[in-house]
Design a protein around this ligand. Structure first.
Ligand code: UDP
Ligand code: MG
Length: 324
């Protein structure tokens, strides 16, 4: 027997959750027919939702033996949700997917066929189009992947998603990376292993709205850069060096000019230029340094990545206590 754990991070997903559950159970039954050796575990991570997500999960867990859930004490973000899922999944194979059906469950049988006999350690989808996404957003996304792949040794595949079907070995490798600032796209790629990319067209969200604003995506991409590249630190020193050279040349120029033509009356503009240039460069470099320092600061605190408030077990125990 082989167990497949399906991890689903949910944040305010009351609208799509019933749709997702209907679809995933359909796919699980279908897979069970083709692969008799499979058993399933559905592990939902409620990331501090403010709507009825948790209530729905409680109901699902009571009526369906395969359903488990972990509910966080507050919103910790999708990265923390995925980590909690991986940490608590008990399956021989683990798949991480969104609740909004943008990661179609119908891909699961195909993914399993690649990972089943150990040919690949991971199967994932790669969207070939960004249909249904705003132009500005896709432009920035493309630029991000361009820059990221130039300055980091870790390859980040454009269009690759957090829809991952993984072997236990790969999951354990990911769990061994306990960093607090998590950037999954980088982590998946950093651990290596053989990955099969399945290409498909982007699907729009089944219901509800996305929790990612443009700015949160922007911050997330910076997170990726600072977590998987130290190139910005090098940029800082290169810029500093270049400005020093320019300043040195200017100094010689000014000395020569003064010796040849005597003291100029108005030296004010050039001084202001120099001050602004150097001041700006210094602030910029300190800022870059600060980014890394703040990440290091957060890592050294060794805070937990997430905090659990309720699981289906805790809920059952509480209910039992009340009945006594
Ligand atoms: N999600 C989460 N915590 C958050 C934000 C999102 O667990 O703080 C979940 C969300 O419920 C969904 C998945 O992450 O299952 C992807 O979110 P969304 O669809 O909003 O992102 P997008 O598809 O636009 O990247
Ligand atoms: Mg989505």
């Amino acid at each position: 027997m082989k167990k497949l754990s399906i991890i689903v991070p949910c944040y305010n997903e009351e609208e799509v959750l019933p749709l997702f559950y209907a679809e995933i159970t359909r796919v699980m039954d279908e897979m069970k027919r083709t692969y008799a050796e499979l058993t399933f575990e559905l592990l939902f991570i409620d990331d501090g939702s403010r709507d009825k997500t948790l209530t729905q999960l409680r109901e699902l867990a009571t009526k369906d033996q395969r359903v488990r859930y972990i509910s966080f004490s507050r919103n910790f973000g999708k990265e923390a949700g995925m980590f909690a899922g991986l940490e608590n999944a008990t399956g021989d194979f683990v798949v991480v997917m969104d609740a909004d059906l943008q990661h179609p469950p119908s891909f699961l049988p195909e993914m399993y066929s690649y990972v089943r006999d150990g040919e690949y350690d991971c199967a994932t989808t790669r969207r070939v189009s960004r249909k249904g996404e705003s132009k500005v957003r896709s432009w920035f996304a493309r630029k991000f992947y361009r820059i990221m792949n130039k300055i980091s040794q870790t390859e980040i595949v454009d269009g690759a998603q957090d829809f991952r079907f993984m072997s236990r070995q790969m999951v354990d490798a990911i769990l061994s990376m306990r960093e607090y600032n998590r950037f999954s796209k980088g982590i998946f790629s950093w651990v290596g292993f053989k990955t099969k990319y399945i290409e498909y067209e982007n699907v729009e969200r089944a219901a509800g709205t996305t929790a990612w604003s443009f700015w949160s995506l922007f911050r997330y991409s910076l997170e990726g850069i600072f977590a998987f590249s130290t190139a910005p630190l090098a940029i800082a020193s290169v810029l500093g060096l270049v400005s020093c050279v320019i300043a040195f040349l200017m100094m010689i120029w000014i000395i020569v000019k003064t010796l040849a033509f005597g003291e100029a009356v108005a030296g004010f503009p050039s001084i202001m230029c120099a001050i602004f240039l150097l001041g700006g460069l210094q602030l910029f470099c300190i800022g870059v340094l600060g980014q890394y320092l703040s990440k290091t600061y957060l890592e050294t605190k060794q805070r937990p990545i997430y905090i659990v408030r309720e699981t289906e077990q805790i809920y059952q125990e509480r209910k039992a206590e009340h009945q006594d």
